[in-house]
Structures are given as structure tokens and as C-alpha cells.
Ligand binder design. Structure first.
Ligand SMILES: *[C@@H]1O[C@H](CO)[C@@H](O)[C@H](O)[C@H]1NC(C)=O
Ligand SMILES: *[C@@H]1O[C@H](CO)[C@@H](O)[C@H](O)[C@H]1NC(C)=O
Ligand SMILES: *[C@@H]1O[C@H](CO)[C@@H](O)[C@H](O)[C@H]1NC(C)=O
Ligand SMILES: *[C@@H]1O[C@H](CO)[C@@H](O)[C@H](O)[C@H]1NC(C)=O
Ligand SMILES: *[C@@H]1O[C@H](CO)[C@@H](O)[C@H](O)[C@H]1NC(C)=O
Length: 475
């Protein structure tokens, strides 16, 4: 009887050990996910599980996304063999581009936010790359070229192959484009006894090929730490892609449960062609609307006060602007005319030579010259003025200035220099001397517009008498 009790006790103990280990195995050592919303994942960066699919990257440039199984796997006293199966898809976001790749990652840390975007795939960065203290295994799915690689502690692969799968019926390797919106089935198995890591890929709906794409003899116990996290990392660079994981099974120390293909979600439908606004666009449009809303009244106020200020300024300048003063024809003496011209010339000289940078006024004309009580000339209205470096021509796309004061090269090529200011000053001098506007509809028909050209032509035609007659018209 004692023997029976003894053996019963023995079997009861064995059974409870078995049950406990099974429960342990359920808790983290094996799982299958088709809907990632309740998958107990740690996600960061651009990763999301919103619609049940695990999406690593979105349309943002130079971003990273990570997703790890929250519970670490302890490799201390169990064989570090593992087996995993998943389905992924890479959808390039730009035409003529394959986008960036992604990777299956086994890492001692769950936080890979230091991983750089672009070709570092969000796993390593410039400083951490190729360091043995990383303890990271990455199985990379590269898009440029479409290839499959095993990486240890570095973004430089230990072994890589062009992506293809072995077709058991035709007994040939068939090339596979990874970034092709195609759902691709991956099997990764590590046998701790044989110390062999094997990666096999095939399109979804194709049975597991009998021959793997990559197999690498390696002792992962030398690389792994006691506690490791399993997950995925993806990144975008200047070129972008959406990367999806659509089903994932993992088991430690045994074979992973085969994925049920019927439960794998489809890829999301592309957005309808009538362009749905992205979040960024909506924000931009809102900001612009708010700005316009705020700027309209302030623009009106600005205009109002500017006019008012100009009035005030002219208030301090009892003789108003030179253009009006010349028109009034109050009979300026030659000395007064010279005084005005000297005032404008010294102002222009100060703008062009008196600063580290050159200040181009770009709108020198009589109506921008203000006269105080003593007929001292002041240059006003710097609305078009520009700073520019000495010796450089100012490139302007719009021809800016006032007709009659614009140098021919400014009108033709739109390039403003100190010389074009001086040309305008020359036109102004003629205007002060003649008391006539550079553009004057009352002049002879074919020469009615531009005073300097008119004077020049008159001179060429030896019609100096006519010019002098005009010059001295008022005296
Ligand atoms: C695990 O193995 C270590 C030696 O490698 C041993 O000291 C420890 O007791 C073992 N732990 C368990 C829980 O078996
Ligand atoms: C690179 O990653 C390491 C962690 O792996 C981090 O400590 C370091 O700050 C990162 N460097 C940069 C430049 O981000
Ligand atoms: C990685 O580091 C090892 C030494 O630590 C060096 O021999 C090797 O050339 C490095 N590889 C790359 C790609 O930089
Ligand atoms: C991958 O294919 C390219 C041509 O497409 C070839 O140049 C390269 O050698 C191949 N790589 C391997 C590892 O077979
Ligand atoms: C198929 O590809 C694998 C891995 O690249 C290679 O080892 C094998 O020889 C290839 N088989 C054929 C029939 O080309």
C-alpha cells in the first residue's frame, strides 16, 4: 500500500511539474497573433496596431518604428532554440522606389529608440554599430536590392542572399521582390544543438519550400544575453514605405505553431484617388487659414498707419516731396537744385558705401525724396530696399522699380546693382534740372516716356539746342 501511495505521489508531482511548465510555456514562450491589438506588444516611433495589423512605419520621412513582445524570454536554463513564423509586406510610397527595409530583431533591450532611421533600420546608430555589447540578432529584409540578410551586432550583414524561394515543383529558385505589396511568409528557425540558423521565405499561399534561402552556422548562446526580447524594427529614410506584419507565431525550445493562412489579414486598401487629406495637410491648411484670418485685419491696420505715418513724416518735411515741389514750379534756383541733388547723392553714397553690406534702395525717384524747410533732401520709402553682399548682383525674379528710373539692364534682366540705383539717381538729376518727369505724356510722341533716353537721343541728334531750350524752359 505504501508503495502505491509513493508511486501515486510521484506521478502527482510529475503531473503538476508538467502542468506548471505548460502554463509557463503559454506565458510568453509560445504565441500566435493575427490581430495585434491585444498582442501585449511594446510599440514606439511610427509603429501602430490600430486596425489589427502591425504597421511599423507610416508616411513620415526619416522615422523608425519598433514592436516587441513585452515579455522577455529567459534563456538561462533552457535550450536557446527558437522557431518563428510571420507574414510581412512592404508597400513603397513613391513610384520608382522600393522604400526602406525592415528586420526581425532579437535584442536584450526593448527600447531601440536610439536606432537611426534610413539604412540603420532603426536598430543601430553610427556609434553603436558593430559593437559586441549590442547582443543583437537581426534578420533583415532589404529592398535595395531585394535581399535577405542575417546581421549580428551590426548593420553590415554576416551573410546575405538575393531574395528568392525554392519552388519544389519546378525545382528552381524564383526571385522574389520584397517591396512589392506582396504578402511574404517567413520561417526562421534556430537549432541550438546543431548551432544552425535557417531562414526560408515564400509568397503567402505557397507551402514552405523544402530548401531554405539562408542558413548560417552560428552559436547564438555566445551572442544572446540571459534575457532577450523578440520583435520587429522598421525605418524610413528620404524614400519611404509602409511595412506591415500580418501574423506572427513564436515558440522557444520547440517548433512554432504554423500560421493559419485564412486568418492573415489583407493589406489595407490604398486611399481613394480623390486625395484624402493627411493629418499634416489638414494642420497646414488650418494654420494658413488662421494666419490669413489674423493677417487680413493687421494688414489693413498696417496700411492705414503707414499712410498716417507717411503723413506725419511729411508733416516734419514742410516742403513735401521733390516731385510735387518741382511740379509746383516755385522757381528753384540753380544753387537750390544743386543742394537737393547733393543731399540725395550723399544719402545714396551712404547706403552704397557706408555699411558692411550694400543697401540697394531700388526705388529712387523724385516722389521718394522729401524736402524740409531749408530744402534739405532726405531719401525716404525703403519699402523695396535690400541688403546684399559687396560685389554680388542681386537676383530678382520680379522687375521692381518705377518706369523712367529703371536702368535698361534692370528692365531686361531684372538684376539690381548699385549701378541701377545710380542710373535712377541720374534720371532724378535730369528731372531736378529740367523740372520734367522722366515719364511725361506731353512730350513728343515717339519720345514721350523716358527722360534720359529722350535727352540722350536729343543729344545724338545734335539737337542740343532743343534740349537746352527745354532745360531752360522755366527760367
Ligand atoms: C540554472 O543553471 C545554473 C548554472 O548554469 C544553476 O546554477 C541554476 O541553479 C539553474 N537554475 C535553475 C532554475 O535550474
Ligand atoms: C546610439 O545608440 C546608443 C545605444 O545603443 C546610445 O547610447 C547613443 O546615445 C546613440 N547615439 C546617438 C548619436 O544617437
Ligand atoms: C567591426 O569591428 C571589427 C573589430 O571589432 C572589425 O574587425 C571589423 O572590420 C568591423 N566591421 C566593420 C564593417 O566595420
Ligand atoms: C544579387 O543579384 C545581383 C544582380 O541582380 C548580383 O550582382 C549579385 O551578385 C547577387 N548577389 C548574390 C549574393 O547572389
Ligand atoms: C537556390 O538558391 C539557394 C540559395 O541561394 C542555393 O543554395 C541553391 O543552390 C539554388 N538552387 C538552384 C537550383 O538554383
Amino acid at each position: 500500500m505504501a508503495r502505491v501511495t509513493e508511486s501515486l505521489c510521484f506521478w502527482m508531482t510529475m503531473l503538476s511539474v508538467l502542468v506548471v511548465s505548460l502554463v509557463l510555456a503559454q506565458n510568453g514562450h509560445r504565441f500566435v497573433h493575427y490581430d495585434f491589438r491585444n498582442a501585449d506588444l511594446y510599440i514606439d516611433g511610427t509603429a501602430s496596431t490600430e486596425d489589427g495589423r502591425l504597421r511599423l512605419t507610416d508616411s513620415s520621412k526619416r522615422s523608425t518604428g519598433h514592436a516587441f513582445h513585452q515579455k522577455p524570454i529567459h534563456f538561462r536554463n533552457i535550450s536557446s532554440s527558437f522557431s518563428t513564423e510571420f507574414v510581412f509586406a512592404i508597400i513603397p510610397k513613391q513610384r520608382d522606389s522600393n522604400g526602406q527595409g525592415m528586420a526581425f530583431v532579437v535584442s536584450p533591450t526593448i527600447d531601440l529608440r536610439y536606432g537611426a532611421s534610413g539604412s540603420y533600420l532603426g536598430i543601430f546608430n553610427k556609434t553603436s554599430d558593430n559593437q559586441t555589447k549590442n547582443h543583437i540578432l537581426a534578420v533583415e529584409f532589404d529592398t535595395n536590392p531585394s535581399s535577405e540578410a542575417i546581421n549580428i551586432n551590426s548593420i553590415v550583414s554576416v551573410k546575405s542572399e538575393n531574395a528568392s524561394y525554392y519552388d519544389d515543383t519546378t525545382r528552381r529558385n524564383i526571385t522574389l521582390l520584397l517591396a512589392s505589396k506582396q504578402r511574404i511568409h517567413v520561417w526562421i528557425d534556430y537549432d541550438a544543438e546543431k548551432r544552425l540558423l535557417v531562414v526560408t521565405i515564400a509568397p503567402l499561399n505557397t507551402a514552405k519550400p523544402s530548401s531554405p534561402l539562408l542558413s548560417l552556422p552560428i552559436d547564438l548562446s555566445k551572442i544572446f544575453k540571459e534575457q532577450m526580447y523578440f520583435g520587429f524594427s522598421g525605418s524610413t529614410g528620404v524614400i519611404r514605405s509602409h511595412q506591415y506584419i500580418l501574423g506572427w507565431a513564436l515558440a522557444i525550445g520547440e517548433k512554432a505553431q504554423s500560421l493559419d493562412i485564412s486568418k492573415i489579414l489583407d493589406l489595407p486598401q490604398p486611399a481613394p484617388s480623390s486625395p484624402a487629406l493627411t493629418k499634416a495637410q489638414v494642420i497646414t491648411i488650418s494654420i494658413i487659414s488662421v494666419l490669413v484670418f489674423l493677417m487680413l485685419p493687421s494688414g489693413i491696420l498696417y496700411h492705414y498707419f503707414r499712410k498716417k505715418r507717411k503723413g506725419e513724416l511729411i508733416g516734419h518735411m514742410p516742403n513735401g516731396n521733390l516731385s510735387e515741389y518741382l511740379l509746383k514750379g516755385d522757381g528753384l534756383s540753380w544753387l537750390q537744385r544743386l543742394h537737393i541733388i547733393k543731399g540725395v547723392a550723399s544719402a545714396l553714397c551712404y547706403l552704397h558705401e557706408g555699411w558692411g553690406q550694400v543697401v540697394l534702395h531700388r526705388d529712387i525717384k523724385a516722389s521718394n525724396v522729401l524736402l524740409d524747410a531749408n530744402l534739405n533732401a532726405k531719401l525716404g520709402d525703403f519699402g523695396l530696399a535690400r541688403f546684399h553682399d559687396r560685389g554680388m548682383a542681386l537676383e530678382t525674379r520680379r522687375v521692381i522699380g518705377t518706369t523712367g528710373y529703371m536702368a535698361p539692364e534692370l528692365m531686361i534682366m531684372g538684376v539690381a546693382t548699385t549701378w541701377t540705383d545710380v542710373y535712377a539717381f541720374g534720371a532724378l538729376m535730369l528731372e531736378v534740372i529740367c523740372g520734367r518727369k522722366p515719364v511725361d505724356p506731353n512730350r513728343p510722341k515717339h519720345l514721350k516716356y523716358i527722360l534720359p533716353i529722350w535727352c540722350f537721343c536729343s543729344m545724338i541728334l545734335s539737337d542740343l539746342y532743343f534740349v537746352f531750350q527745354m532745360l531752360l524752359r522755366d527760367y
